[in-house]
Design a protein around this ligand. Structure first.
Ligand SMILES: O=C[C@H](O)[C@@H](O)CC(=O)C(=O)O
Ligand SMILES: [Zn+2]
Length: 280
């Protein structure tokens, strides 16, 4: 079977307080995401958000339905966001072929029956990072590149957080039911993402770190603002942020990450910011 799915239950802040390093990683860290010619999925009970990786190498890989969905096909009651973090590839949606290059995104609406992933060159396989959430409407499938994205530059060199936020699959760009996805690129010499940190108890979030150079890592901070913890992240790993948690990281170099959210609203700016000196 080329599709695997693992379940992660939701946890309370009280429970998370007592976790040791291994328990925190077991609950929140998603790795490995990419396996040749396979689909790897993690089903979180926070907003029923699915995080996954698809790496077609020798053959095309189909997105099969999985038992926890009890659905005839994967997108029967879900929508899907895809960002390619590897070599050039294609995604075929009910027979329509989309060429998705490095750092380009594809939104696929509810109701699409067949989704097939392929790489253009087995020597440089595509690495499709995917997020999926429950959906109630069939919105059109759309290929979104940096040109269509809502791009903002935030932070500064002086505070080590100068970065470009590419809002790719967000409601300012295209209609979705609840999934919101984008990609943030840190400029050279900058290390901090999402600082000042924030929470949004209305939405959970998942971060996927990539373009982390060999021998470097990103320290990802999570937990309630006055009770923080950290997880050391390697290249191509993802981490679940419970709705009650901050989600911010500092790398030993610059890096890029994809954020994906789902929950109560579609308002990117709806965040409860934490003043930096108040963090504990
Ligand atoms: O709720 C929004 C998300 O946490 C990210 O978009 C934040 C981010 O990319 C950044 O500040 O670097
Ligand atoms: Zn956030």
């Amino acid at each position: 079977m080329s599709t695997s799915i693992e379940t992660r239950y939701a946890s309370s802040p009280q429970e998370a307080k007592s976790w040791d390093t291994a328990q925190a990683r077991q609950a929140l860290l998603i790795t490995p995401l990419f396996e040749a010619d396979a689909v790897r999925l993690v089903y979180s009970h926070y907003d029923r958000f699915i995080t996954g990786g698809v790496m077609p190498v020798k053959k095309a890989v189909k997105l099969e339905t999985v038992d926890p969905l009890k659905a005839g096909y994967f997108l029967e009651r879900r929508e899907l966001g895809i960002i390619n973090t590897g070599g050039a590839g294609t995604v075929t949606v009910d027979g329509e072929v989309f060429s998705i290059n490095f750092k380009e995104a594809l939104y696929i609406g509810k109701g699409k029956k067949e989704v097939i992933f392929a790489s253009k060159d087995a020597a440089a396989p595509a690495l499709f990072y995917i997020n999926s959430t429950p959906a109630h409407m069939n919105y059109p499938t759309r290929h979104i590149t940096r040109k269509e994205a809502d791009v903002v530059v935030l932070g500064a060199q002086e505070t080590s957080n100068h970065r470009t936020i590419n809002k790719l699959l967000v409601n300012a760009v295209l209609p979705t039911c609840q999934l919101q996805m984008g990609m943030t690129e840190l400029k050279p010499g900058n290390t901090w993402n999402t600082m000042p940190a924030h929470t949004h108890d209305r939405r959970m979030e998942v971060y996927f770190y990539f373009e982390v150079p060999q021998g470097q890592s990103v320290c990802h901070f999570w937990g309630q603002p006055q009770e923080t913890r950290h997880i050391w992240m390697q290249n191509n790993e993802a981490v679940i942020s419970p709705p009650w948690s901050i989600h911010s990281g500092a790398g030993t170099s610059n890096y890029t990450f994809i954020w994906g959210m789902a929950g109560e609203n579609l308002d990117y700016g709806d965040m409860d910011h934490c003043a930096i000196p108040d963090l504990r």
